[in-house]
Design a protein around this ligand. Structure first.
Ligand SMILES: [Zn+2]
Length: 59
């Protein structure tokens, strides 16, 4: 079994982790109710998408 010859340096590990970024969820404003919603998704507060009603609006 292959075994690493040297301990990986702190810098090596840190450099790799520079690509780890926290995922920021994209939010857009709903065109129907103005609430923040995910793009290309049915609005969860009013239940519409592209002007059509898909879900029961939340009360
Ligand atoms: Zn909405």
């Amino acid at each position: 079994m292959a075994v690493p010859k040297r301990k990986q340096s702190k810098m090596k590990g840190r450099k790799r982790r520079t690509h780890y970024t926290a995922l920021t969820p994209t939010v857009v404003k709903c065109s129907n109710c103005g609430e923040p919603k995910r793009p290309h998704h049915v609005c969860l507060s009013c239940g519409t998408y592209r002007g059509r009603q898909f879900l029961e609006p939340a009360v």
